[in-house]
Ligand binder design. Structure first.
Ligand code: GMT
Length: 376
């Protein structure tokens, strides 16, 4: 098949999922055309079946902002006609599915549209009423809709009503050849960050409010009072100043390391002992899955799709949003009991590999594309 993938290029789970899916489809012989405002940040390895088409900006005095949604629609039509796309796959309803729908209208032949919901496209609607009608239309006009967790599929139907095409759940996935544990004692990084044998906690995100990174710092503050430890904060975003202030307020400057945005997160995850994800909302929590695949148990909040990803008492622990005390106690439960830790770490690897393999997800998407093509 010739598949067009529209996604956000910036740091974030949806772009990662779209890009990794593209590579996996390419490996299975499909031709994949990424259409985005910039090269997706994980699209760095050459693959003969993968192509990138940049949506270029226009600068015209009348436009206060360039009309990206329209430029994207035009680019989709251009690529679809030139390469003969069989299907267009929009990751994120707004604005990608809207642009793809416009493109469909401009085409002189059918171009089936598949929309994958990643979560914030639905929660965004909760925050901004202005997007409600548009998102509902994006869902209604998609030939097939997928969601990355059952929780997200449920939430979507609660917000928009039952959709005629239904919502197929295709959970996010990992490549076990990339996300795998390594022997911690052999790691150079570990000696750098924890020279005196301290334990290492970590959090990776885009530092948006929804991630509750200040909670991460407070959980760490309680843990390090009992077990000598360090905290690695990876990523950047709007909450950065508040987080830095919290670190200073708690006198943790020497124990918290800010690594900024990083691409090769698996190398960091392989270095750490426990991963923290205390988000207020998380449709899936891809980074939690990546951590588990590297043998790192996850302490996270019981929201959205996280209970589908992290097994409470097996591969990590779940607590209520904002329960800093409870989350710190769960971290200590793991860090003060070597045999429990080892069991959780092994269970996390097995669970991640067996439940979220890339092959199963790719086959799921292939079937969705075929159904969409057949039905249009
Ligand atoms: O969480 C973010 O801020 C980024 C966002 C995105 O669009 O990349 O992540 C969403 O999609 C990811 C990939 O499917 C999921 O793993 C994240 O849970 C989801 N984020 C939220 O629901 C808050």
């Amino acid at each position: 098949m010739k598949i067009g993938i529209v996604c956000y290029p910036s740091y974030g789970g949806s772009g990662v999922v779209a890009t990794e899916l593209g590579y996996a489809l390419g490996e299975r012989g499909h031709q994949v055309h990424f259409i985005s405002s910039a090269r997706p940040f994980r699209l760095h390895r050459f693959h003969e079946q993968l192509f990138f088409h940049e949506v270029t900006d226009v600068s015209y005095p009348l436009f206060k902002y360039p009309p990206y949604t329209l430029l994207l629609a035009n680019k989709i039509v251009e690529v679809a006609n030139y390469v003969g796309l069989d299907v267009i796959h929009a990751h994120y309803a707004i604005p990608h599915s809207i642009s793809a729908y416009l493109a469909k209208q401009m085409m002189s032949r059918p171009l089936p549209l598949v929309t994958t919901l990643h979560g914030t496209d639905v929660t965004l609607v909760g925050a901004y009423e202005e997007f409600f009608q548009l998102t509902r239309m994006a869902l209604q006009v998609s030939d097939r809709i997928t969601a990355v967790s059952s929780a997200l599929a449920r939430e979507t139907e609660e917000a928009f009503g039952v959709l005629e095409q239904g919502i197929e759940v295709i959970p996010n996935f990992i490549d076990p050849k990339v996300y795998l544990p390594t022997e911690k004692s052999l790691q150079r990084c570990r000696c750098h960050f924890a020279p005196h044998g301290e334990k290492i906690l970590a959090h990776i995100s885009n530092f948006r409010e929804v991630k509750r990174v200040v909670d991460v710092v407070n959980i760490f503050a309680l843990v390090e009072k009992v077990v000598p430890s360090k905290l690695l904060l990876v990523g950047d975003g709007p909450e950065m100043n508040r987080v830095e202030r919290e670190v200073v307020k708690l006198g943790l400057e020497g124990k918290v390391q800010f690594l900024g945005s990083q691409e090769s997160v698996q190398e960091i995850l392989q270095t750490v002992d426990v991963f923290l994800l205390p988000s207020a909302q998380e449709s899936f929590g891809l980074v939690a899955l990546e951590a588990m695949a590297c043998g790192v148990p996850v302490i996270c909040s019981r929201v959205g799709g996280l209970p589908e990803v992290v097994q409470h008492g097996e591969t990590g622990y779940l607590a209520e949003v904002g329960d800093i005390q409870g989350m710190s106690e769960f971290v200590l439960k793991l860090l003060t009991d070597d045999s429990r830790y080892k069991a959780f770490s092994e269970q996390a690897v097995n669970w991640a590999r067996e439940t979220f393999p890339v092959d199963r997800a790719v086959q799921g998407y292939e079937k969705v594309y075929e159904d969409a093509i057949r039905g249009s």
